[in-house]
Design a protein around this ligand. Structure first.
Ligand code: HEC
Length: 325
């Protein structure tokens, strides 16, 4: 059994000596205790303690690090100690020093420069810590540090954080393209529909697959554009009908004729009323389109009317019911 170290009622000197003990928990409780002591007094005693550490001790850099952590605990980082540890021989000590740097920008005015140096470290673990720290510093400061950290190569532990850090600073999630800001006057419930609609539009096999992410369609494959199309911004009822049952047959969109041999998926069973309202509100208000939001109640009403219709709509049939204005 380990003899419990003296923490409560220990002198500052005794507490500092505790920091050399092998038990993590003891060192942790000791640092907590030191945080509660008078900061100036602790710092005054820490200086000689650090200076007298045995440089030949295999734990030398670890002991230095404990000293640095004490100054962090008092919110008075010892910058000399930090600088020394950023140059430590042991990459784990350098990594830990970068972590201290990460949380203490308010005390270290050359934080960005020091992180940039760490981003050039030979050890990927140090570079990882540097790039994670940089991801909190905003685009202008963060991105150059992150890309620097990537220059010596990304190991498998760095790949995801690297991607996530860059995405975060560019205002989107990892693996997603930056979101175009949709300019719209829609508000409240309508705006919520629009936002939800974007996700549906982009789902694999839904609209973007054929009409393309930018709504420009793919003429060669017979997919007409949604951007600037009156089929989109015109009659709500016509749009709900074609989305619910699908559409096939010769069609004219923006003055261009499509032979209509490719059918459009009927979404009646794939999207419920709320989702249909969302995706249609989205296509009516993105890619430069501007039209009223479509409510789930309206979708419900139209779907009720056409529930017995079988097969695709043809453009011709729809135009008879709802002539193009
Ligand atoms: C499988 C491919 C495919 C998918 C998925 C698809 N469409 Fe279509 N869409 C087409 C084709 C093909 C036409 C033209 C049909 C014709 O020629 O009659 C069309 C026509 C249209 C039209 C009328 C013409 C125009 O360009 O304005 C609208 C509006 C429309 N689609 C909206 C949507 C919406 C909204 C979604 C997602 C919920 C969607 N489409 C998903 C293939 C697709």
């Amino acid at each position: 059994m380990v003899k419990p170290a003296k923490v409560t009622d220990a002198t500052i000197e005794e507490l500092l000596e505790n920091l050399k003990l092998p038990e993590y928990r003891t060192r942790y409780r000791t640092k907590r205790e030191l945080r509660a002591r008078d900061a100036d007094e602790v710092l005054a005693k820490l200086k000689p303690w650090v200076a007298n550490l045995d440089k030949n001790d295999a734990n030398y850099e670890h002991n230095l690090l404990e000293g640095l952590w004490v100054t962090w605990g008092l919110n008075k980082i010892d910058k000399d100690l930090l600088t020394q540890l950023l140059q430590a021989k042991d990459f784990r000590a350098r990594t830990a020093a970068v972590e201290v740097l990460r949380y203490n920008g308010h005390q270290i005015d050359n934080q960005a420069d020091l992180l940039m140096q760490a981003a050039k470290d030979d050890n990927p673990r140090v570079r990882l810590e540097a790039l994670v720290a940089a991801s909190r510093l905003g685009k202008d400061i963060g991105i150059p540090i992150i890309t620097e950290a990537g220059k010596k190569g990304l190991d498998k532990w760095m790949e995801r954080p690297y991607e996530a850090a860059l995405a975060h600073l560019n205002g989107h999630r990892a693996g997603e393209k930056p979101k175009d800001v949709i300019e719209t006057d829609l508000k409240g419930k309508d705006l919520e529909l629009l936002m939800a609609g974007q996700e549906i539009y982009e789902r694999d096999g839904y609209c973007a697959t054929c009409h393309q992410p930018d709504g420009q369609g793919l003429t060669a494959s017979g997919f007409p554009p949604l951007a600037g199309s009156k089929w989109v911004t015109g009659s709500e009822e016509r749009l709900i009908k074609l989305t619910t049952k699908g559409i096939m047959g010769p069609i004219e969109v923006k003055g261009k004729k499509y032979p209509g041999q490719v059918p459009m998926t009927p979404f009646g069973k794939l999207l419920n009323e709320e989702e249909t309202a969302a995706v249609l509100t989205y296509v009516r208000n993105t890619f430069g389109n501007k039209a009223s939001a479509i409510s789930p109640e309206k979708v419900k009403e139209v779907r009720e009317k056409i529930k017995d219709k079988e097969g695709f709509y043809s453009p011709e049939e729809l135009l008879l019911e709802h002539p193009m204005k």
